[in-house]
Design a binder for this molecule. Structure first.
Ligand SMILES: C[S@@+](CC[C@H](N)C(=O)[O-])C[C@H]1O[C@@H](n2cnc3c(N)ncnc32)[C@H](O)[C@@H]1O
Length: 317
């Protein structure tokens, strides 16, 4: 059950401006959520929107939007790393803009049964797509060193070893089943508590990113977007933590300089830039937006424009 069905779209005006919406063009909303961006795009311009979300519950909100924009709106429940494949299924090979609004939506975070929040006590789930192992299953099997590395790398948590040790210790007494239990174990493992941020924040972030394979998803999603963008098409990405933002920044630079995206991908042969960077520094929410929507406080928007040179990753058609 969804406890709260509200999500205030972050940096909405800035994202809409970035896309330079034009009549009859096609835009991809790669992270539909509750449809804040899709709805704003469809209301502002007589264009088409192809929306994607891996959360099966997003379909409820998509079905609602479909009632108002029958021919101009299409929703696919799936991962954005496959967005080029989804477009191909619709016989669409090029689009005019792609937007990503990364992370979790407010209903995901505010629904205790989804198990994303350390503020609410619910089952330890944390799966965006509602498939694969839950956080409970993962924590029941993971080795201490592996867990410490995940917490350090994906949460940038300096107390990663102490937290991992505490989790493994508690696990030997009994299964860790709830977000409340996990949050307490993490809080107890951290020696100094002088920050305003809850000590469980970084570890919850790390486990969520790991379980949902968010790093690979982001890298593959950006590649797929670059491949499907028409020349002059815009790529707008809103991220919420430094790990995501670094990947986006590096991806833009690599498409400008044609270098390999990450250690997982082969070095790209030297050729012309496939992206032009439009934001030297990321666009941040105004004080007014942060006052109105506190969750926007860590958002960063980066925008790039596709050049007319070949894709850095191979054309799709
Ligand atoms: C911050 S919310 C988007 C909110 C949306 N812009 C709105 O205004 O309602 C992020 C959404 O992206 C989805 N998501 C995250 N990673 C995804 C992925 N790899 N593929 C598809 N959807 C993803 C989540 O399920 C979530 O609904």
């Amino acid at each position: 059950m969804i406890d709260k069905v509200e999500h205030i779209p972050v940096l909405l005006d800035e994202v809409i401006n970035a896309l330079s919406l034009t009549k009859n063009e096609i835009y991809v909303d790669a992270t539909f959520g509750l449809g804040g961006y899709s709805s704003a795009i469809l209301n502002k311009q007589n264009c088409k929107v192809i929306a994607i979300d891996r959360d099966p519950l997003a379909k409820i909100f998509a079905d609602n939007l479909k009632k108002s924009f029958t021919d101009r709106f299409y929703f696919k429940n799936g991962k954005f790393s496959e967005l080029d494949k989804f477009l191909n299924e619709l016989n669409i090979y090029k689009v005019d803009g792609v937007v990503f609004d990364l992370g979790v939506s407010s209903p995901q975070l505010d629904t205790k049964d989804r198990g994303f929040s350390f503020k609410l006590d619910g089952p330890l789930d944390m799966r965006m797509s509602c498939d694969g192992p839950t956080a409970e299953e993962f924590l029941d099997k993971v080795e201490e060193n592996t867990l410490a590395n995940i917490i350090f790398e994906l949460g940038e948590e300096v107390f990663s070893k102490r937290i991992a040790k505490n989790i493994i210790l508690e696990r030997s007494v009994g299964k860790i089943r709830t977000t409340g239990q996990l949050a307490k174990i993490i809080r107890d493992a951290i020696p100094i508590k002088h920050s305003k941020t809850d000590p469980a924040t970084k570890t919850f972030q790390a486990i969520r990113i790991y379980l949902n394979d968010e790093i690979t998803e982001l890298e593959q999603g950006l590649i797929a977007a670059e491949k499907v963008l028409r020349p002059k098409g815009k790529l707008a990405v809103v991220s919420f933590h430094s790990i995501e933002d670094r990947i986006v920044k590096k991806f833009f630079l690599n498409c400008l300089n044609n270098k390999s995206l990450s250690r997982h991908l082969p070095e790209l042969p030297k050729k012309e830039p496939s992206l032009e960077i439009l934001t030297k520094k990321p666009i941040l929410p105004s004080k007014r937006e942060i006052n109105f929507n506190y969750r926007s406080r860590s958002a960063k928007l980066r925008i790039a424009r596709r050049t007319s040179y070949n894709s850095s990753f191979g054309e799709i058609k």
